[in-house]
Design a protein around this ligand. Structure first.
Ligand SMILES: Nc1ncnc2c1ncn2[C@@H]1O[C@H](COP(=O)(O)OP(=O)(O)OP(=O)(O)O)[C@@H](O)[C@H]1O
Length: 242
């Protein structure tokens, strides 16, 4: 179950205009071309996966997609406007999970989620918080500080923080990391629920199984370039050629 509704700003119809449109975006760090120019579109109700080895450019692309970083060339648009994480529209409609942002050391798990629901004006917040805590197997840890969580529970809290608020675009960086097999299965179910509810999902992952479970479209990156793209089957096609 999705723990909070979409903002209602984007229609839940896969045939609609892309919510996220990256055109010719690249990112250079000094002399290093971390990402060569590429195009990417993500529509409401669909999931796009970025797949590739360590250092292939997945996180770089995610940072451009959620407006946390600016492209060296090209344009990154969210609902037709340059994507910037400080834009109130982007703050309200783009949820990012699995980033490096830390938690407040003196706020409990529940207090973190309460803070987010207040910031986003979520109605019936207590109900949604209880729901997301139960879904992410965190109910027994609601009154603990982040320092008392295991790495898998910390990952679950990052996801919970993105799911307890409204969202039209959900961006996830390797959400399968540190999850046990049962939690990974639930993650797949959760992401399918997100797209059914009309959320546009963009994720980076190392797990082919997750790609097959949730992705409509895959971008395989290698050394900052698009090696292949298409449906999930592109992973096996690539395996056959390597
Ligand atoms: N802030 C930065 N300054 C300099 N180089 C960077 C910076 N961020 C990333 N890079 C470089 O850009 C390349 C792509 O990194 P990126 O983090 O996007 O890869 P990734 O595919 O997400 O890797 P991983 O699977 O290990 O998370 C790497 O070579 C990395 O060293």
């Amino acid at each position: 179950m999705t723990a909070a509704p979409t903002t209602g700003a984007a229609p839940a119809d896969g045939q609609t205009e892309p919510l996220l449109r990256l055109t010719g975006v690249s990112r250079r760090y000094g002399e290093r071309e971390a990402l060569h120019p590429l195009d990417l579109e993500v529509r409401p109700g669909t999931c796009t996966a970025l797949f590739g080895h360590n250092g292939s450019g997945k996180s770089t692309l995610l940072r451009l997609a959620c407006g946390r970083d600016r492209p060296t060339t090209g344009t990154a648009l969210f609902d037709g406007r340059p994507v910037d994480e400080d834009d109130p529209q982007v703050r309200a409609r783009v949820a990012v999970a699995g980033d490096t942002a830390g938690f407040y050391p003196d706020l409990t798990v529940r207090e973190h989620l309460e803070l987010i629901t207040v910031a986003h004006g979520v109605a019936d917040a207590d109900m949604w918080i209880d729901q997301v805590l139960a879904d992410r197997r965190l109910a027994g840890h609601a009154d603990q500080l982040p320092s008392a969580l295991s790495s898998g529970q910390t990952q679950a809290l990052q996801l919970a923080a993105a799911l307890v608020r409204p969202r039209d675009l959900l961006v996830l960086d390797e959400p399968e990391q540190r999850l046990d097999p049962a939690s990974r299965t639930r993650l797949g179910e959760l992401l399918r629920g997100e797209t059914r509810d009309g959320v546009a999902v963009l994720l980076a992952t190392h797990q082919a199984e997750l790609v097959h479970a949730v992705a409509d479209h895959v971008l395989v990156l290698e050394d900052g370039k698009v090696l292949a793209e298409g449906g999930p089957g592109v992973l096996e096609e690539l395996d056959g050629t390597r």
